[in-house]
Write a protein that binds this ligand. Structure first.
Ligand code: FAD
Length: 271
C-alpha cells in the first residue's frame, strides 16, 4: 500500500509494467468472473492523501483519482453546473460499490464501456492529470480515452479537472432492470448560458465519446425535449453499437433519441 504519490510511482516503475494500481478494487475483484488474468502485483493507492482530495475554487473542481463515487456525489451536490457528474456518481452501481469505487478506476478501465463518470466528464470538458514515466502530463479526457491503452507502462492517473462555467447539465442512463445493472446506454448533456451544447454518449460503443453532429444541431436551440429527440433521431448514422449480454448493438443506438429527450427534460429551467 503506497503512502504517497511518489511511492506509488516508484513502486509501479520498479515493477516495469508487471504491476498495476489498485484503488477501490471493485473492478479488479471481478477479474476471475470476466476470465481476465490478474496482474502479477498490485500497488495500493487508495490511502494516498493527495489522491483523495476534492478542491473546488471559482475556476475549477479538481478531483483526486481515489475519490469515491459517493464522496464525489456528496461534494458536488451544491454545485449546480456539475449536476451531470453528481448524478453519474450518485446513481452508478449500488451504495456499497459507490462507497469503494473511485473516479480513477472508472476512467482507467479501458475494457469497461458502461463507465458512468466518463460521458459525464466528457460533456463537462474535463481534463486529466497523469504521471507518465516520472513526469506529469495534463490532457483532455477525450485524448486520454484514445491513448490510455498505449501509454507507457506504470502510468498513473492523479486528478481530474472540471472547469467551472455557468451551465446546466444532466446525466441520463438506461439500465434494463433497476439496481446493480450496467446501463445499456448513457446520455450526458450540458448547456452553457450562451447556447453551446455538449452531448456525450456512453455504453453504446466500446469507448464513450462526444456527439458533434447533435451538438451542432442543438446549438442555440430553445431545447425542447421532443424536438431534441427528433434531432437526435436524424443524426444516428455515425454510431456502431456494441453487442453485449444486456442488449444488441442496434438497440443501444435506437434508444438514444429517447434518452436525449429525457436529458433535455432533466436540465430544468435556466437560472
Ligand atoms: C456490482 C457492480 C456494479 C457496477 N455498476 C457500475 C455502474 O452502474 N456504473 C459504473 O460506472 N461502474 C459500475 N461498476 C464498475 C466499477 O467497478 C467502476 O465504475 C469503478 O469506478 C472502478 O473503480 P475502482 O476504484 O474500484 O477500480 P479498481 O478495481 O481498483 O481498478 C480498475 C482498473 O483501473 C486501474 N486503476 C485504478 N485506479 C487507477 C489510477 N488512479 N491510475 C491508473 N489506473 C488505475 C486498475 O489498475 C484497474 O486496471 C460496477 C461494479 C460492480 C462490482
Amino acid at each position: 500500500m503506497a503512502a504517497s504519490l511518489a511511492d506509488a510511482v516508484a513502486a509501479l516503475a520498479e515493477r516495469a509494467g508487471e504491476g498495476a494500481p489498485l484503488a477501490g478494487a471493485t473492478w479488479i475483484m471481478r477479474a476471475p468472473l470476466r476470465r481476465e488474468p490478474a496482474a502479477s502485483a498490485y500497488v495500493g493507492i487508495a490511502r494516498i492523501p493527495e489522491l483523495r482530495r476534492i478542491d473546488i475554487d471559482d475556476r475549477s473542481v479538481a478531483i483526486g483519482a481515489c475519490v469515491s463515487h459517493a464522496q464525489l456525489a456528496a461534494a458536488l451536490a451544491p454545485h449546480a453546473e456539475c449536476r451531470a457528474l453528481a448524478q453519474a456518481a450518485g446513481h452508478s452501481a449500488n451504495p456499497a460499490i459507490r462507497r469503494m469505487a473511485t473516479v480513477g478506476g472508472n476512467l482507467s478501465t479501458s475494457a469497461f464501456a458502461a463507465a458512468d463518470l466518463v460521458p459525464a466528464l466528457l460533456c463537462l470538458d474535463a481534463e486529466v492529470e497523469l504521471q507518465i514515466g516520472g513526469t506529469g502530463e495534463r490532457m483532455a479526457l477525450q485524448r486520454f480515452l484514445a491513448h490510455r491503452t498505449s501509454l507507457e507502462p506504470g502510468w498513473l492517473l492523479n486528478r481530474v479537472i472540471v472547469p467551472r462555467r455557468p451551465r446546466r447539465s444532466a446525466h441520463v442512463r438506461l439500465p434494463l432492470r433497476r439496481a446493480g445493472d450496467y446501463p445499456v446506454a448513457i446520455v450526458s448533456l450540458a448547456v452553457e448560458d450562451e447556447g453551446a451544447v455538449s452531448v456525450a454518449i456512453g455504453s453504446v460503443e466500446p469507448v464513450a465519446r462526444r456527439w458533434p453532429a447533435l451538438e451542432a444541431a442543438l446549438k442555440g436551440d430553445a431545447l425542447d425535449p421532443v424536438r431534441a429527440a427528433a434531432r437526435a433521431a436524424d443524426h444516428l448514422d455515425g454510431f456502431n453499437g456494441r453487442a453485449g449480454i444486456e442488449a444488441p448493438g442496434w438497440y443501444r443506438v435506437e434508444v438514444l433519441p429517447v434518452l436525449v429527450g429525457r436529458a433535455v427534460a432533466a436540465l430544468g429551467r435556466p437560472a
